[in-house]
Ligand binder design. Structure first.
Ligand SMILES: [Zn+2]
Length: 405
């Protein structure tokens, strides 16, 4: 008989939280989709068979926070160099571009990469082009505009929300409407260094208007947020995403005694998505451990991936973030769920992506758990040594084996 399938992965251990599968199974792909998932599928039924014994097959990983507007936004990286080699088949750019540059971002970057890239438009027309200055320590004071008195502004960087005139609601709405299935929502960074304190509430109010007008969602960066998280939650609905939720600067999730604040638990119960965004200066190892011990797990794991740069020499990929959190108290099943099932839900792709159900998009990640001695550190250089690591071995995207050539 003629072969029915394009690719067959044989003898792997399938771990798919959407179907509650955690056992040895074979999986076949046809025409870019997952075609069959059975205890055993004969090799003669497929044009190509890959033996993946000793490996784990998960749905294609989804990284909901990365920065890919390369050559335009300082430190943005190339999606195909950091996603597909690491088992990430789908990613979301978290507000690197504002509406003014979005057509260029889509045409020159999103459409040129093999990685499936979705995006959030930055509420600020500037996107993340305005950024940290690299001109040394001693330069003059900045000029205050609407971000508050000049003394409140960080002289080392020009934040995209320091001047509220850049927070352009109508244009952000149009950008989302003009780019269905690509622009999924709106991103804001409310951060002492990026918005200043005075602009935090106006930014939240404007982002809410954008999300409501487009039936989309907000992702809000809360590292170094200058107001209590309880205030931020007032502007968020179920399905909105709080990224850098385990940051350890002021106004974090813990109270003075180290307990998770009740309003944080309430927000999670209400359906607000807790995302990691593991840029090292935006998460704390001890705080993460403490939250997990108190049963507050992240909803989604994500990398916040960029290029390395002075002051950020270590950048974690998604499998590294998963490995880190597995060594901070989460199980393998939990870290996979937070990088597939809940990530797909967060970006409203439930049933299409983040699953190995027959009929869904044919993405899969083949990984291996390696034992050894590994170290991970946070922005305060607090280090942990770990005994297990997730190593990406093979990536299938749209029913095809990805290779770098
Ligand atoms: Zn980011």
């Amino acid at each position: 008989m003629t072969a029915q399938y394009d690719i067959l992965l044989k003898n792997g251990h399938v771990l798919d939280p959407t179907q509650g599968i955690n056992q040895k199974k074979d999986i076949a792909f046809l025409d870019g989709k997952i075609a069959l998932l059975e205890d055993s599928i004969p090799t003669k039924h497929s044009r190509k068979t890959v033996d993946v014994s000793e490996n784990i097959i998960t749905p294609g990983l989804i990284d909901i926070h990365g920065h890919y507007f390369e050559h335009i936004v300082p430190f943005a990286t190339r999606a195909d160099s950091v996603c597909l080699p690491n088992g990430v088949t789908t990613t979301m750019d978290a507000g690197s571009s504002g509406w003014t540059h979005f057509d260029g971002f889509r045409e020159f970057i999103i459409e040129s990469q093999q990685t499936r890239i979705m995006a959030l438009v930055n509420l600020s027309a500037l996107g993340m082009m305005a950024s940290k200055r690299n001109i040394g320590e001693n330069f003059g004071p900045t000029i205050g505009i609407s971000g508050g008195p000049s003394t409140m502004l960080n002289p080392e960087r020009v934040g995209e929300l320091q001047d509220l005139r850049f927070a352009q609601v109508e244009e952000a709405i149009k950008c989302i409407k003009d780019n269905p299935n690509t622009v999924l929502g709106v991103k804001i960074r409310i951060d002492q260094d990026i918005s200043g304190e005075a602009n935090v509430i106006p930014a939240l109010e404007r982002a809410r208007i954008v999300a409501d007008a487009t039936d989309s969602f907000i992702m809000v960066h809360v590292a170094r947020v200058p107001i209590p998280l309880s205030k931020v939650f007032e502007y968020l609905n179920p399905g909105d995403i709080v990224t850098h939720i385990f940051h350890s600067a002021e106004n974090n999730i813990l109270d003075e005694k180290g307990y998770v604040r009740s309003e944080v638990k309430e927000a999670k119960d209400k359906g607000i998505i807790f995302d990691i965004g593991a840029d090292r200066k935006n998460f704390g190892i001890n705080l993460s451990k403490s939250a997990i011990e108190q049963d507050i797990l992240p909803s989604t794991l994500s990398s916040d991936i960029t290029k390395t740069r002075p002051g950020a020499e270590i950048i974690y990929t998604l499998p590294e973030v998963m490995s880190l959190y597995m060594n901070l108290g989460m199980t393998l099943e939990e870290v996979i769920e937070c990088s597939t099932k809940t990530s797909a839900k967060a970006i409203r792709q439930e049933g299409l992506l983040g699953t190995l159900k027959p009929g869904s998009i044919g993405d899969a990640s083949i990984i291996k758990i390696e034992s050894g001695e590994f170290t991970y550190s946070d922005g305060e250089n607090y280090e942990i040594s770990a005994s297990r690591k997730i190593s990406p071995k093979l990536t299938i995207k749209d029913g095809k084996i990805w290779n770098s050539e």
